[in-house]
Design a protein around this ligand. Structure first.
Ligand code: SF4
Length: 62
């Protein structure tokens, strides 16, 4: 599984990082930093939590 973040859709709610701080990082303004990494199996639930938490649908899992 990989996570990508659409920075054009991100509105800086910071909910992804609140839901899964072990995966999502924010810049100084609260916007999710670019992420295109392989998710370890033990963090797949956290990835889903972050995806679900984003109200802008800016987080994609594939
Ligand atoms: S929850 Fe969505 S909109 Fe908010 S910072 Fe994370 S990716 Fe951006």
């Amino acid at each position: 599984m990989r996570i990508t973040i659409d920075r054009t859709a991100c509105s800086g709610h910071a909910r992804c990082a609140a839901a899964a701080p072990e995966l999502f990082r924010l810049d100084d303004d609260g916007y999710a930093l670019p992420l295109d990494t392989e998710v370890p199996a033990e963090l797949e639930q956290a990835a889903h939590d972050g995806e679900t938490a984003c109200p802008e649908r800016a987080v994609t899992l594939r």
